[in-house]
Every structure is written in C-alpha cells, then in structure tokens.
Design a protein around this ligand. Sequence first.
Ligand code: HEC
Length: 117
Amino acid sequence: MRDLLVLPVLVGSFLALGSAVANMGPIGSQIAHNGNGHGAPACIACHGEQLEGDAVLKTPALAGLPAEFILSRLAHYSGPQGHNAMMRQVATALGSDERQAVAAYLASLTAIGGPPH
Ligand code: HEC
C-alpha cells in the first residue's frame, strides 16, 4: 500500500523537473537544431544552418525575429487560415511551451539577413 502512494509522488517530481528544464531555455535551441522528436523537424532543415533563410527553399530568415511575431506566425500556420502545408505540419506538432521556447531562442539570435520575403 505504501508503494502505491510513493509512485505518484515520484512521477510528479519527474514531471516538475521536466517543466523546470523546459523553462531554462536550451530546449529552444534543441528544437531549432534537432526538432522536437514528435513531428516537428529541425527548423534549420529548411530555414538554413544559421536560420538565415534559404534562397533555394524560399524560406524566410528566422534569426533575430521578435518572439511575438514568431508566435503569431505559428498560430496562423496551425489555424484555419494557415495555407502553407510545410509550416502547418511544423506548427501543429509544437506544443505551446515548445513554441515559446523556440521563439525565445530564435529572437535571441543575431539577424543575419536572408532573402527578401
Ligand atoms: C519543411 C520545411 C520547413 C521546416 C522544417 C520549418 N519551416 Fe518554417 N517555413 C517554411 C516555409 C516554406 C515558410 C514560408 C511559408 C509561407 O510562404 O508563408 C516558413 C515560414 C516560417 C515562419 C514565418 C516567418 C516570416 O517572416 O513570415 C516562421 C515564424 C517559421 N517558418 C518558423 C519555423 C520554426 C520555428 C521551425 C522549426 C520548429 C520551422 N519554421 C521549420 C518551411 C519550413
């Protein structure tokens, strides 16, 4: 009986630890460089190694964009007006914590200047 009570406490502390780590920031760079592991590919795969945009794939630069703007674009792509199949896939696969983390990371990068969009 005692063991049954200990288990939820243990699970609870792991969850708390997980969200503490998520708020610390490295997860944003993780998503940008490696994807989130459940449906969202790495942003660098299409937006350039340095998130400077890709002229061939016709993707805009993400480095240095304001976090609010990135969040509003992600909301747009996953919403009813979202017209871009690639970004719909990416945006719908990102949880709201993940969107916040990746937006904060991208905003923290120095804008490099990519192809106009
Ligand atoms: C499969 C390719 C692909 C991947 C992977 C991808 N994107 Fe995109 N992204 C695009 C394309 C294409 C556009 C331009 C879409 C359009 O015309 O609206 C775009 C546009 C955007 C925009 C709009 C920028 C602007 O200036 O309007 C944001 C923000 C964005 N992507 C964020 C991300 C993030 C964050 C990731 C990683 C989690 C990511 N993208 C991964 C292809 C991709």
